[in-house]
Write a protein that binds this ligand. Structure first.
Ligand SMILES: [Zn+2]
Length: 308
């Protein structure tokens, strides 16, 4: 396949759609782990002329074969490697995921979570589901996942080989932006789906309001070495189509209150989630609802199904 050079950086044919046409959307140092750590070299983010997805130059991406199956990823985030470390950071995030699941119910259903890490989401639905399947490359979490009653596999391929199929509800939160090939990632999941199965995917929104409000500082934070792919609603729908799936519906969510954006504008860095003086919950609700309506919230969710 022909390479395509932008600012001295090579882009191969798009893994999603095969296009060889790329246009630059960002160049500079990007986040490498927690805030404050940046890539050493100038990274390039380019938009695919075929499917419209943005991609970080491969030379700047983390993600060699054992990056996610070992502790390297969590080490880079300085977030700790134990199941308890994961719960501390992720249990509170499940309310957003469950809010998007509503009003669907997983009662009596088979549920799988792809890239579930220590399985925080699965724990939140395991009381209702008939069976919970944890698919996670990092083996350090496997014993803990098994001890909480989840069936555990390292990959979709391994689950399918073990006879897992026709899973009613499949979830994958904040994973697709990391993978080498989003099209084959979705196609592998689709192999576990029946025509009636539903798949819920979440990923950061490239149209996040702060990308426009504070391009320089926020973009260097938004783009990061562990995220290879950056979607908006349109490019994600294209990706799904290439994987043989349909977007049934989508939802934009903004997970932060107004104070978060005000702090970014004031300090040009992330400032936590505590409200600023005089910022009320009503103002937060209005801010979040406005962004979600405009499609400029920080996260996107997609319900996917097979097109037959
Ligand atoms: Zn493409």
């Amino acid at each position: 396949m022909m390479g395509y050079k932008i600012l001295g950086t090579s882009f191969s044919a798009c893994e999603i759609c095969g296009s060889n046409t790329w246009s630059i959307v960002f160049s500079g140092a990007v986040r490498d782990g927690a805030f404050g750590k940046f890539s050493e070299n100038t990274a390039v983010v380019a938009k695919c002329g075929g499917c419209g997805t943005d991609r970080l130059s491969e030379a700047h991406c983390h993600g060699d074969d054992d990056f996610y199956s070992s502790s390297k990823y969590r080490d880079l985030l300085s977030a700790g490697n134990t199941a308890n470390d994961f719960f501390l950071a992720h249990d509170t995030l499940q309310l957003t995921n469950l809010g998007v699941l509503w009003p669907e119910s997983v009662r009596g259903k088979t549920v799988a979570d792809i890239g579930c890490a220590a399985g925080s989401f699965l724990d939140h639905v395991s009381g209702l589901a008939a069976k919970t399947i944890a698919i996670e490359p990092c083996e350090g979490y496997h014993d803990s996942l098994r001890s909480r009653g989840h069936a555990v596999f390292s990959s979709c391929e391994a689950a399918i080989e073990a006879g897992i199929q026709n899973v009613d509800y499949i979830f994958s939160f904040s994973v697709i932006e990391h993978v080498s090939n989003p099209r084959s990632f979705l196609a592998d999941i689709a192999a576990m789906m029946a025509p009636s199965s539903r798949l819920l995917i979440s990923t950061p929104n490239r149209r996040d309001v702060l990308m426009e409000m504070l391009p320089e500082d926020y973009q260097a934070f938004f783009y990061r070495t562990v995220h290879r792919w950056y979607f908006d609603r349109e490019s994600f729908a294209e990706c799904a189509k290439h994987a043989g799936l349909n977007v049934v519906s989508n939802r934009c969510v903004h997970r932060f209150g107004l104070s978060n954006a005000l702090r970014w504008l004031r300090d040009r860095r992330p400032g936590g989630t505590q409200p600023l003086p005089s910022v009320t919950p009503v103002m937060d609700s209005c801010w979040q609802a406005s962004l979600e309506h405009a499609g400029t919230g920080d996260y996107l969710y997609f319900w996917l199904g097979k097109p037959y």
